[in-house]
Design a protein around this ligand. Sequence first.
Ligand code: AMP
Length: 379
Amino acid sequence: MSGSAAHKTDADAPVIGVLGGGQLARMLALAAIPLGLRVRCWDVSADAPAACVSELLVGDFGDEPTLARFAAGLLAATFEFENIPAGLARAIAARVATRPGPLALETGQDRIAEKTLLARLGVPVHAFACIDSMADLDAAIEGVVGLPCVIKTRRMGYDGKGQGVARTRDEAVALVHTLGGNGLIAERFVPFERELSMICVRGATGEVRTYPLIENRHAGGILRVSRAPAKGVSAQVGAAAANYAKRILDALEYVGVLTIEFFETREGLLANEIAPRVHNSGHWTIEGAVTSQFENHVRAVAGLPLGACDARESSAMVNLIGEIPPREAVLAIPGARLHLYDKPPRPGRKVGHVTITADACADLDAAVEAVRKLPGATG
Ligand code: AMP
């Protein structure tokens, strides 16, 4: 071919900016490529998992020149984690369409703002109180949350970090001291039956779609296994969750994928928290749903029509934590699909996940058990 032939290449593809370059950004970039879109990530580390599938800018989140390079020529910007400085979100939003917008991010960063919004929207939440002093703690225990209760930092908590259960007032006082004294939330301890989540998405035109409810199993505060659709969910509970999702998405004028984490109790669902982003409990959608959460987030952020959120079959997702099993061992399990994040293993660190769909194996439960025997999948 002549060297002078002018033709459009993927180098001209519209670019979506993603703040953060972790595994979520990596899977967003992988979903963007077949749509003729590209991803530009901004991360503090040159080893970020998205490095090999995106344009990666490395710099501190306060760095003005990196902000200018990040925002230059973007179709739109988005986030792969919510704990970014609110000022930075606003600075990006002032330069380029930012989806979801800073309001959703700020709400998702603060457990009090989040639960206050949910309560205002009529989404059921368990009792909670803001703790900024020992007087607040006593008032909360006596009049609002009772004992046992859960005390958490309002901000920056993740994977069960920054929180603890108190059975007595003394334990609550000790927790308040350990967690830093103020900027805390106390919550009623919920004796839930199981934990469910819902991934939902709102497009640029306001269209809302929801994935089926997902059942999640945690250990040590970290998600271990998700199954979707969750078994034994009545049509009524599924419809209630979808209705809550629409209320939240519309109230935040949200564009993109949002995750709601629920406790299922005998009295119904209680919303525990929202994550204004794609989520670990939605990784099964890559193989298990008609459109993955990553593709739907990219579609929404790019202003494209949304894809169907139906589950193709039952699926399970098992996280790989702290250890990477041999590829051969994973792929020898019929139907197992391996996703590694290009992260050096460290204790407690999510380094990959395995998805199994019921149509690809004889017995989904047996396949999950086989995966759970692998190093990294056992917790
Ligand atoms: P979170 O950071 O709010 O997602 O909490 C981490 C995990 O702690 C949840 O997935 C639950 O297993 C547990 N947990 C959090 N809040 C409560 C609560 N109010 N009552 C009972 N368990 C809770």
